[in-house]
Ligand binder design. Structure first.
Ligand code: PLP
Length: 421
């Protein structure tokens, strides 16, 4: 069955974008590799690779030494903190780097645990990745009660009424995702934060999945903490934690005695991965350059990021519309999550499906042979696949649309899936 093709009209310079990523030269069995696996980790532009190797060649040293390479290392690490502060719209001392989001979240939840008492409550959701569930559930050992927010099964959106009903004066933390890494739902994090603050709870947002798709503004959201992972937004493997200054200062992180108590150092346990942090700086600059590249205007970095994400959003939405309308036209395919284009402002282009009679792993394997990289399983969104009753059936096949994907890649994927139906 064929589906009409939507022609994309966009000022977005996809040719320039594609040229930035050396990985796109990869061929599989004579097919160009199509990286639709972004939700598991994105490819990186050449400048990120160069920044990492330049760091290792030129200023590879530990911090705060009295010699040139150490000072240069300190300087580039400070620039990377500033880049992430611009990315999140916060102050530079409110940004801590770490190995990944999971490790940072475990460190934060343990530190928050030091302030909790039996009978306190924490709210988590069934839509979230386990990295934003297990670190909080671990605090049950302190006598903390965990409340779990349900989803609307028909479109995999968060049941916000259920969330509100679970907040009360005993709630200490609400842990919620910005966007689902399994089905693409974007949660109303600003609204949710406001209601959580009304009962005096702190709000932790897992923005790992949202970060490559949209501009994050921690000041507008007003969340207390937020974490993301640069390897999901065109950087190297690493993690970033934002915390409101007064919140970070009020907590006592687990750390060693000689390590600084200043922010953000107190939260950056041990020696950091300096070369990757340097790569994060290059990744943020790459995103800013997506818009700088198409305008004469001299944009500051935050302004440029804002303009880039506007272009990214518009372009990704067109690809997502093409993908979802194509998938809905394939017999025996079920799309999980929001499928109504009128609701597409509440989703990103991460689209998960099941196909009658075929396991997601089989489909992913067949697509992989054609150079189409997708993921199968639960992607650690285990509460969700269990809630949907598909965990024991191989979970989902996940197709991830990013700004570096093309209409042609989506068409190739749809052709293969139609051939399997
Ligand atoms: C939504 C979401 N949250 C958290 C994580 C965990 O991030 P990290 O790998 O940086 O620990 C992931 C990783 O896939 C994710 O997709």
């Amino acid at each position: 069955m064929s589906t009409p093709t939507t022609q994309i009209q966009s000022p977005f310079d996809i040719q320039w974008v594609r040229q930035q990523f050396p990985a796109f030269a990869r061929q599989i069995n004579g097919h160009a590799a199509a990286f639709l696996d972004g939700p598991g980790g994105t490819q990186v532009p050449q400048r990120v690779i160069d920044a990492i190797s330049d760091y290792l060649i030129c200023c590879n040293a530990n911090t705060h030494g009295q010699y040139p390479t150490s000072r240069e290392s300190d300087a580039v690490l400070a620039q990377a903190h500033q880049a992430m502060a611009d990315f999140l719209n916060c102050d530079v001392d409110e940004v801590a780097f770490g190995p990944n989001m999971t490790t940072l979240t475990l460190a934060l939840s343990r530190a928050i645990g030091r302030t909790l008492q039996a009978g306190d409550e924490i709210v988590v959701t069934r839509l979230d990745h386990s990295a934003n569930v297990s670190p909080w559930v671990a605090l049950e050992e302190l006598g903390v009660k965990i409340q779990r927010v349900d989803i609307n099964v028909n479109d995999c959106t968060l049941d916000v009424d259920d969330l509100k009903s679970k907040l009360n004066e005993r709630t200490r933390v609400l842990a919620v995702g910005y966007a689902s890494n399994a089905v693409g739902t974007v949660n109303p994090v600003g609204e949710i934060t406001k209601v959580a603050h009304e009962v005096g709870a702190m709000v932790f947002i897992d923005a790992v999945h949202y970060a490559p798709h949209g501009l994050i503004d921690v000041r507008t959201i007003d969340c207390d903490f937020l974490a993301c992972s640069p390897y999901k937004f065109f950087g190297p493997h690493s993690g970033v934690l934002y915390g409101k200054r007064e919140r970070l200062k009020a907590l006592t992180p687990y750390k060693v005695r000689p390590a600084s108590n200043e922010l953000p150092d107190a939260w950056e346990t041990g020696t950091q991965n300096h070369e990757c942090i340097t790569g994060v700086l290059a990744a943020v600059n790459y995103i800013a350059d997506i818009s700088r590249h198409t305008t004469e205007a001299k944009l500051g970095r935050r302004q440029a990021l804002e303009a880039s994400f506007t272009e990214i959003h518009r372009y990704e939405r067109q690809l997502t519309e093409k993908l979802i309308s194509g998938l809905l036209g394939i017999p025996d395919v079920t799309v999980y999550g929001i499928t109504d284009p009128k609701q597409f402002d509440h989703r990103v282009g991460t689209v998960s499906i099941r196909m009658k009679g075929q396991s997601p792993a089989e489909i992913a394997n067949r697509l992989g042979e054609k150079g189409l990289f997708t993921w199968d399983g639960n992607f650690y969104a285990l509460d969700l696949t269990e809630r949907l009753g598909i965990e024991d059936q191989g979970g989902l096949l996940r197709i991830g649309v990013l700004h570096y994907n093309t209409e042609e890649e989506i068409e190739r994927l749809l052709v293969e899936l139609r051939g399997m139906a």
